[in-house]
Structure formats: structure tokens, C-alpha cells
Design a protein around this ligand. Structure first.
Ligand code: 5AD
Ligand code: FES
Length: 348
């Protein structure tokens, strides 16, 4: 690594920011990754110790009105068997998860018109009433401000909505023309103003991504300061227009996790299932690059294979209890521990 790159790392670690051009430059130096990871893990340990937070992911519907070019459950994919969980199914997943030590439930799904505000508010309120010591996170896509407000009033604590890319032209190449970068940003701003803990994020190695678009993502994270940030490698799905595009790499994902930890020291940063899919120890390596959250699947085993955003997704044949134990073991193996805790954001 040259002196200049070393200097960028020092400055990022001390000032938590670089210029857009400097981010793009740093991304062009993969040999900087080990030094970035070392700094990022020191920051994570100083704030969170050896704790890794866990969230139980309940994939409530794979029905989606959108047609994002990268996604396996896009509307145009006629080969997917569509499903939606009932409120009873969802409560049963949460019940099982509670017994396994989960204190955050993430309800994620496609943009399924069945989940009107009334329906979704009913589910949020029921989960909060049954598990008052748990946080409820929603990841249900773009909705109106009024809808986000009603869900917040019903008890939702957090909302995940990846921005996907902070470059409007890049956004347009990943999405159909009915979707817009401006509306995605409007949603994120509304969620923040309403009072949610908000998560943004992007795929690493998505088609047409460049060091320049990634630098914009990092500038966006610097400015927006999300409580959570979900990043994982793009992985092609065989029934999408991007089926022949190369997957994002382990190395670049790890490097970006470290950079994000240094930009925003207390951010809740998951080592994602996609990262665990491209490498057998991807999630452990993610934690060792600065991540501090894992999100195992609590969905009923019968539907897991149908929530296939990308090919070869892991854990689709496992029981919730197996995933919990598996991750427990994996985290202990790297000197960390999964905690039974809501795992709220720590404002510094
Ligand atoms: N590879 C990796 N991640 C994907 N997502 C959707 N499709 C893919 C894919 N092919 C991510 C998107 C979305 C989140 C729910 O899953 O970033 O926001
Ligand atoms: Fe699901 Fe390892 S986390 S089997």
C-alpha cells in the first residue's frame, strides 16, 4: 500500500469522511482492505464489545408489483410460486423466534397490495402486543408518507429500505421506468422525519456500478447517517435480465463494510445472507471486517425456497432453531457472541 492510500485510511478513521473522489480512489486500492478491517474492528469493539446483534427475518410475502431488474421475485418472473403468510403464520414465527432469543423481528416482503395499511398495522400491533419487549422492523418497500406514519403509530420501530444506489442514472439502469430514485429518497426522508430508525443500503457489484457510483453511496451514508445499513453482494438470479452478470465479490463487500464502519462508527451493520451465500464463511468474515448484526431466517421452512431474490440462497432448508445454533457457533468461533437484546442503535 502506498503512502497516499495509508493517509486516506488515517483520515477516514479520524475524520469519518473523505471527498467523493477520495472514496473512489480508496475503492481502487483493494490492498487497503486488511488495514481498513483492522481499524473497523477496533471501532466496532470499542462501541459494541464482542456483542453481535441478531434479528429474526420473517419473509411475509413474495408477491411484488415491482419489476426491479436484479430481483428474483420481480413481477415478470412467472416461474415463482407466490405465497403470503397469514397473521397467524407470522405470529407463530415470532413466537418460535422469541423462544430462540430473538428480540427484533424484521417483517420483509414484496410490494404486495394485500398488505394495506389496515392489514399491516393489525399485524404490527399484534406482534407488539404479544412481545412488548421486542422491536419490530418493517421492510416492505415504498409506501406513502401517510402509510409510514400509520405503521409507526401502530408500533413499528424501524424500517429498512435500501436506496440501492445514490446515483440517479445508475438507479434508472437497475429499475423499470415506473420506479424513481427521487421517490426512493422521498421515502427515506419521510421515514426519518416520522421517527423511525432507518436503514438504507445497496448491493455490491450490481450491474453498471463503478467506483464513482460507490463513492456516491458512501457520501450519501455520510450525510444521511442511517441507523442501519444493509450491504451485500449482488448475486445473479437465473430468471432475471441480469442472469449473466457477474456476482459482487467477497473482497469488495468486506472492504465496503469496513469503510462504512469508519464513516459511521455506531451504525448497525449486518453481515448479510447474500455474503454468506458467496462464501461459506462470508458472515464471519463480514463481522471481522466491522459488521455487528446477523439476520437469520425465521420464515416457515415450507416457503423459504420461494423467497429467492438471488440464486443459491443459503439456509432455505434449515429450521429456525438450526440457524440460530449455527450462527451462535459461528460467532463464538470468531470470539463474538450473539446477544438476546433488541440491539437498538447507540447514538454516540
Ligand atoms: N442479489 C443480491 N441482493 C439482492 N436484492 C435483491 N435482488 C438481489 C440479488 N439478485 C436485495 C436488494 C433489496 C433487498 C431486499 O435484497 O438490495 O433491497
Ligand atoms: Fe442457517 Fe447456518 S445460519 S444454517
Amino acid at each position: 500500500m502506498n503512502e497516499r492510500t495509508r493517509g486516506l485510511i488515517e483520515r477516514l478513521a479520524s475524520e469519518h469522511r473523505l471527498t467523493e473522489a477520495e472514496y473512489a480512489e480508496l475503492i481502487g486500492h483493494p490492498e487497503a482492505a486488511p488495514a481498513l478491517a483492522e481499524r473497523a474492528v477496533a471501532v466496532r469493539r470499542a462501541i459494541y464489545g464482542d456483542a453481535v446483534y441478531t434479528r429474526g427475518l420473517i419473509e411475509i410475502s413474495n408477491i411484488c408489483k415491482n419489476d426491479c431488474l436484479y430481483c428474483g421475485i420481480r413481477r415478470s418472473n412467472r416461474d415463482v410460486k407466490r405465497y403470503r403468510l397469514t397473521p397467524e403464520d407470522i405470529l407463530a414465527c415470532a413466537e418460535e423466534g422469541y423462544g430462540l432469543g430473538f428480540r427484533t423481528f424484521v417483517m420483509q416482503g414484496g410490494e404486495d397490495a394485500h398488505f394495506t395499511d389496515d392489514v399491516l398495522c393489525g399485524i404490527v400491533a399484534a406482534v407488539k402486543a404479544r412481545f412488548p419487549d421486542c422491536a419490530v422492523t418493517l421492510s416492505m418497500g415504498e409506501r406513502s408518507r401517510d402509510s409510514y406514519q400509520r405503521l409507526f403509530d401502530a408500533g413499528a420501530d424501524r424500517y429498512l429500505l435500501r436506496h440501492e444506489t445514490a446515483d440517479a442514472a445508475h438507479y434508472a439502469r437497475l429499475h423499470p421506468k415506473e420506479m424513481s430514485y427521487d421517490n426512493r429518497m422521498r421515502c427515506l426522508m419521510d421515514l426519518r422525519e416520522i421517527g423511525y430508525q432507518v436503514g438504507c443500503g445497496f448491493m455490491v457489484g450490481s450491474p453498471f456500478q463503478t467506483p464513482g457510483t460507490l463513492a456516491k453511496d458512501l457520501k450519501f451514508i455520510e450525510a444521511f447517517r442511517p441507523e442501519m445499513c444493509g450491504i451485500g453482494p449482488f448475486i445473479p438470479h437465473h430468471a432475471t435480465p441480469f442472469k449473466d452478470a457477474p456476482a459482487g465479490t467477497l473482497e469488495q463487500t468486506l472492504m465496503l463494510l469496513s469503510i462504512i464502519r469508519l464513516i459511521h462508527p455506531s451504525v448497525l451493520l449486518p453481515a448479510t445472507t447474500a455474503l454468506g451465500t458467496i462464501h461459506p464463511r462470508g458472515r464471519e468474515l463480514g463481522i471481522l471486517a466491522g459488521a455487528n448484526v446477523v439476520m437469520p431466517n425465521l420464515s416457515p421452512t415450507g416457503v423459504r425456497k420461494q423467497y429467492e431474490l438471488y440464486d443459491n440462497k443459503i439456509c432455505t432448508g434449515d429450521e429456525s432453531a438450526q440457524c440460530r445454533q449455527c450462527l451462535d457457533r459461528r460467532m463464538r468461533g470468531i470470539g463474538c457472541r450473539l446477544v438476546v437484546d433488541r440491539g437498538d442503535y447507540k447514538a454516540l
